[in-house]
Write a protein that binds this ligand. Structure first.
Ligand SMILES: Cc1ncc(COP(=O)(O)O)c(C=O)c1O
Ligand SMILES: Nc1c(O)cccc1C(=O)C[C@H](N)C(=O)O
Length: 423
């Protein structure tokens, strides 16, 4: 089996999503494989932002209740449009906050230490911001994180063994917080199974969906996930600092949020300005202050595309593209000591390929000089993310050709093997 450029061209011509690429601002002199960190701008997202500026221009304060998308209901509207991506009821999702601030909110709400049940289990490979949030919540509640945060270790520094997660669950654990897809190795955890097992021990489960929402379909409602939170600026292309989202299962509706603010009020009550908080009866209650309308607007345009395509086709193409990328790595780069760090089975990998190499930091710099945009994660990972809505098969082939040239000519040696400030 030898993968050829001709074959790539054929895949591109047969690609049922190919027209979506035309909707994005693509630099044709560059190959963008960093959509798992910051997705590209689409014309629809741009237009949605311009429309919001128009509302402000023409309506002033009346923009809250008038115009194409009244600001007062915008977070709920975006929540409803996001719900199919994660398999949620429309009231279960709200677009608000950031990944980290939403985790703070959800911990403040769902971490209820009681008797011996005081611990939070997380994994040792999660994104640092999640761990900082857990540590700070434990401290706020008077618990020492070194005792009450249990981090499931990795056996190989890349992956987390699901059995090890399950072994860590017992009657001392109040909450389990995990990423759906690990940000470095791209490992996809079995969300349904882990959630079910945790529930058997009376543990609530929260999922960080940053590296899966928009790349992989979920069924958070049916899987009885207690809560989840994610950003919209990666696979969902809502722009730098784009507002994030959270899911709370409807079985938990009626709880008072740990952190309250007037935008979490029942809509009809909010402007009564009472000093008694009347919570919204949906996930909308987890909002705190005034929504960041201009940082939410691009998501509206972007979600239109996801609605047209559906997650199934996106995941299918993503799996196919990452499979071809892995096959090409094996075919073309076998002599250069790369290790594919992500699990290779479809059911266990996310949307990016994770390539390990001792010279990773400078290989990334070299790729960028040749117009390929990957990213680097310490200590030695190159992440390559083909994005179903805009990456072509030709680009995948060209990336590997460029990488081969860099390795053959040792082009990377002209750079230092250290990360950039923003890697
Ligand atoms: C898995 C994961 N969790 C948390 C974060 C932090 O997100 P934010 O900076 O939007 O709070 C990120 C990305 O930055 C991430 O990838
Ligand atoms: N959130 C980011 C940022 O503000 C600047 C640069 C990158 C990011 C990222 O999203 C990094 C990303 N979460 C990661 O998986 O590493």
């Amino acid at each position: 089996m030898n993968i050829t450029f001709e074959e790539m061209k054929q895949w591109d011509s047969k690609d049922e999503l190919k027209d979506f690429r035309k909707e994005f601002y693509i630099n044709e002199n560059s190959i963008y494989l960093d959509g798992n960190s910051l997705g590209l701008l689409s014309k629809r997202a741009e237009q949605a932002l311009l429309d919001m500026l128009e509302s402000w221009k023409n309506l002033g304060i009346d923009g809250w209740m008038k115009g194409k998308n009244p600001w007062f209901y915008f977070a709920e509207k975006l929540g409803e449009l996001s719900a199919p991506l994660v398999g949620a009821r429309k009231e279960e999702v709200i677009v608000t906050g950031s990944t980290t601030s939403n985790l703070h909110q959800l911990l403040a709400t769902f971490y209820e230490p009681n008797g011996r049940r005081t611990k939070i289990v997380a994994d040792a490979l999660n994104f640092p911001s999640d761990i900082y949030a857990i540590q700070s919540m434990l401290k706020l509640k008077g618990y020492d994180p070194s005792e009450h945060l249990v981090q499931v270790e990795s056996r190989d520094g890349r992956l987390i063994d699901e059995q090890d997660i399950l072994f860590s669950l017992n009657e001392e654990v109040a909450l389990l917080i995990l990423p759906t897809v690990l940000y470095r190795s791209g490992q996809l955890l079995d969300i349904q199974k882990i959630t079910q097992e945790a529930h058997k021990h009376g543990i609530l489960v929260g999922w960080d969906g940053c590296h899966s929402v928009g790349a992989i379909a979920h069924q958070f409602h049916d899987w009885e996930v207690d809560f989840a939170y994610w950003c919209n600026y990666k696979y969902l292309n809502a722009g730098p600092g784009g507002v994030g989202a959270l899911f709370v299962h409807e079985k938990h509706f009626g709880r008072t949020p740990g952190l309250t603010g007037w935008f979490g009020s029942k809509k009809e009550k909010q402007f009564d300005m009472e000093h008694h908080f009347t919570p919204a009866e949906t996930s909308g209650t987890y909002q705190i202050g005034t929504p960041h309308i201009f940082s939410m607007a691009p998501l509206l345009g972007s979600l239109g595309m996801f609605d047209e395509v559906g997650m199934e086709k996106i995941r299918k193409k993503s799996l196919h593209q990452t499979r071809i990328l892995m096959d090409l790595i094996e075919q073309e780069l076998s002599e250069y000591h790369f290790v594919i760090a992500n699990p290779t089975e479809d059911a266990r990998r996310g949307g990016h390929v994770s390539l390990e190499h001792p010279e990773a930091a400078r290989i990334c710099k070299s790729l960028k000089e040749y117009g390929v945009v990957p990213d680097f994660r310490k200590p030695s990972i190159i992440r390559l993310a083909p994005v179903a809505l805009y990456t072509t098969y030709e680009e995948i082939f060209q990336t590997i050709e460029i990488l081969k040239k860099i390795m053959k000519e040792k082009h990377y040696e002209k750079f230092s093997n250290e990360r950039e400030v923003v890697a």
